[in-house]
Design a protein around this ligand. Structure first.
Ligand SMILES: Cc1cc2nc3c(=O)[nH]c(=O)nc-3n(C[C@H](O)[C@H](O)[C@H](O)COP(=O)(O)OP(=O)(O)OC[C@H]3O[C@@H](n4cnc5c(N)ncnc54)[C@H](O)[C@@H]3O)c2cc1C
Length: 965
């Protein structure tokens, strides 16, 4: 078929390749077959391929990444929603892409960092660009990185070590070549990092990384390289060379002594610490950077759209001349023609390349990408200081592990596991365990981190590249490869890093420009990304001065996310107090951002919660609790019908659910531990009250805790002259860490291990610390201090007192949260019990609750739940209302305080914890019956848990299948 023929064919086919054509494929009626035949006759190859794509999709309906959102045909994106900052709206972009007569210079498949980068580069060189992304921008690897724009210290280390090895004597040329290649890669990373830090300061910031050394010689050496055995001695020099490669444009590396480490990194394990080296990398919010690149590309004229999937290639003879694409919001399909097609599918590139393979071809398919999965976990903030990260270079299996402050939380990652790519996050439990264990090796935390401290976890797949035309045993590369199919002419790019997105895009576009015989130079080094204009470091202060009731945290978050476009976001605000606009308490995300996200091409609730904001990545539970609110706002903006909204909510719940391992939810429903926690709460509260009382004896002052710390460290002469000051400061710091720990403990909802004892321990420790601090303040003033010095000391003393009081108030608040959490748990439990049981009358008056202020309620269980919530969980959690002859649930075992559930139940319930210890008298028979019952109940629970476990495993398997393309 000649090119003209195919154009005519394609145009005629175009009118059929929308819903009509799709209906034809699914409908077996004669009319549909006729439509199909007509279409086949006019464009046989397109149809053959398109049909194949359809067949694949339908054979495995879970092929798509978002369960619940495929083939809906009911979702749409209204034309009326504008784009952000004069960028064309998503509706306009779709319209443009559907133009039947349009032929693009280049069509890019994939809108991750690489694909969006190519779109930007090509558009800025004046090419006519189309880019399609089947999910949201950065919905795959590019939102699941370690968030470092890094220059590859590890690669530099192995390059040097390789050069100094025996191999250099036997194969000198090869050795020098390897050294040169690795160092050039590190150098290029430095160039890219410099570009990001200088041109895109609204997206990136420096993060100093501490490398602690506990011995002068390491055995076994890190990364298995003998030279690294001397890393503790060589580190300062290595980091200086690293700085030099960046032409000293990054803050200079330095070393810190043990004493300094105790001051600036109080969480660090100090025992046996020799010293620590500190070097700098850059950090960013990867999904937002990806979006900024995509929107800048759109601004420069690229037609770039999310939720449009490439289904198949369009051939002219053997050459690829375009692709069949599908709008996943509506199900519409059409053809996009292009002179050059570029695949930037990250770890899914091979799945795309496979579609190039001609059925009649006998050549075996050569894969180009080797997937390696990496898991991250997110913990609360404060595990490392707010502005310092930690590099563990000696993990048990030789990987590098980063513990980084990120978005007010602690990010730990990553693992490295050979694994074919999947689209959902579900993380293997053993990787979470590994990360938890490794992350606390160098940390002296008040309590060991536990599984339930993990707020969110996700997994991404590195697109490690193998050149399909290279010899079989060639090593996979962390650098990128660009290759072209000799027959179809399709280009693909694989491998690389987030850091090098711009360089990768430049290399691909150079190839495209050369193929199109054009002479256009790359300009991206000079292009500021979306949001860079109007940004300055102090912009958040201007925001606060305009919006008086906005707090600093929210203003900083908005400025760091939207840069100079912050005003546009704020203008979307629905009005009222900013604090009331929060999507969830404790996080700076607001309604205005959801409205703005719709302009930024967000199509689903998942987009907003995972990538426009990063809530799901930070805290899965918080994200889940925000789903409805986000859906409400989006429904209004995007004119969703109630049915669509419902579908969106279900899909978001499904997706966000994968941010923690499914196994976890299923295996950790321990009721006994929860009821134990409940019965201990009164005891805990009284402990806490004592601690608060001690803290409240201090007088209020003016200064905040951190500002004064900075002040004091500036005048460090004072702290060295008066050791009690240092002592006081370190006490306060410890208390601060303890409080954070306590906070996360009380927020825990009794999933895994019962936190009660840990809470008690934590409160005890705080109590001791508070007493010690009070005594210290008493004797702090030097006996002979006079005049100014006297005043100075008074000031410091006052500040100590006020800080201690703040800590006390915080402790009180934390325990209030505890009461609320427990009340919530009881409500849920009550609801669960009621639905699963039938009521029975119970006439026993338990001596246990004779002194309880709660009287027997002759009411239903819902009302009981209400009472319990009102009275505070620590009183009602023993299940007191149901002990007084009112209707009482039976059936499901293990509800709080309602442990017995058999009809022959006679005696009082077994009650663990304090009440039991106070001396319940049971007669032997009763005890035996009870024991029997408990055993029965335990078996029942065991069975239920096993059943849930099986269900979870089944679900996990389905999800894994679902992710496999
Ligand atoms: C755990 C981990 C940690 C990392 N940490 C860092 C780090 O700290 N620093 C760093 O520099 N790099 C890091 N990386 C590497 C970096 O994240 C990746 O190199 C980069 O994100 C890859 O981007 P990409 O665009 O090539 O792939 P992706 O982001 O996966 O994009 C490919 C896109 O193609 C789309 N696609 C697939 N099929 C189709 C189709 N048929 N139609 C339309 N679209 C399609 C997918 O939906 C996807 O969005 C890390 C990687 C991992 C896995």
């Amino acid at each position: 078929m000649n090119p003209i023929g195919i154009r005519i064919g394609m145009t005629s086919c175009h009118s059929l390749t929308t819903t009509t054509m799709r209906a034809a494929f699914h409908d077996s009626t004669k009319t549909s077959s006729r439509v199909l035949q007509r279409c086949r006759a006019s464009q046989p190859r397109v149809i053959q391929r398109t049909f194949r794509a359809h067949r694949q999709t339908h054979q495995n309906p879970n092929n798509h990444r978002d369960p619940g959102l495929h083939w809906t045909s009911v979702l749409s994106f209204p034309q009326t929603v504008p784009g952000p900052a004069q960028v064309p709206s998503r509706g306009k972009q779709i319209q443009q892409l559907q133009q039947p007569d349009e032929e693009y210079d280049v069509l890019i498949v994939g809108g991750g960092a690489t694909g969006a980068g190519i779109a930007l580069d090509a558009a800025s060189r004046g090419l006519k660009v189309a880019c399609v992304e089947r999910g949201d921008f950065a919905s795959e690897t590019s939102s699941r990185s370690t968030k470092l724009i890094w220059a590859g210290i590890k690669y530099m280390g192995s390059a040097i070590s390789g050069l100094l090895s025996w191999k250099t004597l036997t194969h000198p040329v090869q050795s020098f070549q390897n050294f040169h290649d690795e160092m050039m890669m590190v150098y290029h990373c430095h160039v890219e990092r410099r570009y990001m830090m200088t041109k895109q300061p609204h997206l990136c910031h420096w993060v100093p990384l501490v490398v602690p050394f506990y011995a002068w010689h390491l055995n076994p050496p890190p990364l298995g390289e003998p030279l690294f055995a001397f890393f503790p001695i060589l580190a300062p020099l290595t980091f200086k060379i690293y700085d030099a490669l960046s032409v000293f444009t990054c803050p200079s590396s330095y070393i810190i002594t043990k004493n300094k480490a105790a001051h600036c990194f109080p969480q660090l394990q100090l025992h046996d610490l020799k010293y620590a080296s500190v070097f700098y990398e850059a950090q960013h919010n990867d999904a937002r950077t990806n979006l900024a690149i995509a929107l800048t590309a759109a601004d420069r004229g690229a037609t770039i759209v999310n939720y449009v999937e490439m289904m198949d290639f369009v051939f002219d003879e053997n050459k690829v001349v375009g692709a069949v694409v599908q709008d996943r919001m509506t199900g519409n399909e059409w053809i996009v023609r292009a002179k050059q097609v570029v695949l930037a599918g990250g770890p899914f590139t091979d799945a795309l390349r496979q579609r190039e393979v001609r059925q009649e071809s006998s050549d075996p398919f050569q894969p180009a990408v080797e997937g390696a999965s990496g898991t991250h976990i997110v913990l609360r903030g404060g595990i490392v200081p707010e502005n310092l990260g930690l590099l563990d270079y000696r993990t048990r299996d030789g990987r590098f592990l980063f513990i980084l402050p990120w978005q007010g939380h602690t990010l730990v990652g990553t693992t490295d596991q050979k694994d074919p790519a999947q689209t959902l996050h579900n993380v293997p439990e053993d990787e979470i365990e590994w990360l938890l264990e490794e992350s606390q090796k160098y940390l002296a935390l008040p309590e060991p981190l536990q599984r339930s401290d993990v707020l969110s976890a996700w997994r991404g797949w590195r697109p490690l590249a193998v050149d399909p035309h290279a010899p079989p045993d060639t090593a996979v590369s962390r650098d990128h490869i660009i290759s072209e199919h000799p027959v179809t002419g399709v280009l693909f790019i694989a491998g690389g890093k987030w850091t090098t997105w711009r360089q990768m895009a430049q290399d691909v576009t150079d190839r495209v420009v050369a193929r199109l015989s054009l002479d256009r130079k790359c300009e991206t080094l000079e292009i500021p990304l979306h949001g860079a204009e109007g940004y300055s470091e102090g912009l958040w202060k201007q925001v606060i001065s305009k919006y008086k009731d906005m707090d600093e945290g929210m203003a900083k978050h908005l400025v760091e996310t939207y840069g100079g476009l912050v005003w546009e976001v704020l203008a979307c605000g629905p009005g009222g107090k900013w604090d009331e606009q929060r999507l969830v308490p404790g996080y700076p995300y607001i309604d205005a951002e959801v409205i703005y996200a719709c302009r930024e091409y967000a199509c689903t609730v998942e987009d907003v919660l995972s990538r426009r904001t990063r809530l799901a990545f930070l805290n899965k539970e918080a994200a889940q609790s925000a789903i409805r609110r986000v859906a409400d706002v989006m429904a209004q903006e995007l004119q969703w019908s109630p049915a669509v909204k419902k579908q969106q909510i279900a899909a978001a719940q499904n997706y966000i659910g994968t941010f923690l391992c499914i196994m976890f939810t299923a295996t950790t429903l321990s009721d006994d531990s929860s009821s134990h926690a409940v019965s201990r709460s009164a005891e805990l509260l009284s402990c806490a009250k004592t601690a608060v009382k001690i803290a409240q004896q201090q007088h209020p002052g003016q200064d905040g805790w951190w500002s004064t710390t900075t002040y004091l460290s500036l005048h460090s002469g004072i702290t060295t002259s008066y050791p009690q000051l240092e002592e006081g400061l370190s006490l306060l710091r410890t208390m601060d860490v303890e409080l954070q720990q306590l906070e996360s403990l009380v927020r825990r909802r009794g999933h895994t291990n019962d936190p009660t004892e840990l809470i008690a321990l934590s409160v005890k420790r705080l109590e001791t610390d508070a007493q010690e601090l009070a005594a210290l303040i008493q004797k702090m003033m030097p006996v002979h201090a006079r005049g100014q010095l006297h005043k100075h000391w008074q000031c410091i003393q006052q500040w100590f007192q006020s800080t201690a009081q703040q800590q006390g108030t915080r402790l009180k608040n934390i325990l209030k949260i505890r009461a609320t959490v427990l009340a919530e748990q009881e409500l849920r439990r009550q609801r669960f019990s009621v639905s699963a049981v039938k009521p029975t009358t119970f006439n026993h008056t338990s001596p246990l609750f004779m002194d309880s202020p709660v009287r027997p309620p002759q009411q239903n269980a819902n009302a009981t739940a209400q009472t319990s919530a009102q009275n505070g969980a620590h009183r009602t959690y023993g299940g007191a209302p149901s002990y007084y002859g009112g209707p009482r649930p039976t059936g499901y075992g293990g509800g709080y305080g309602s442990q017995s559930n058999t009809p022959y139940y006679q005696g009082p319930h077994h009650s663990v914890g304090m009440r039991q210890r106070r001396g319940l008298q049971h007669d032997t028979q009763q005890q035996e019956t009870q024991q029997e019952q408990m055993m029965l109940q335990q078996r029942l629970q065991q069975r239920q848990t096993n059943q849930r476990l099986q269900e979870a495993r089944q679900a996990e398997r389905s999800l894994a299948e679902l992710g496999t393309l």
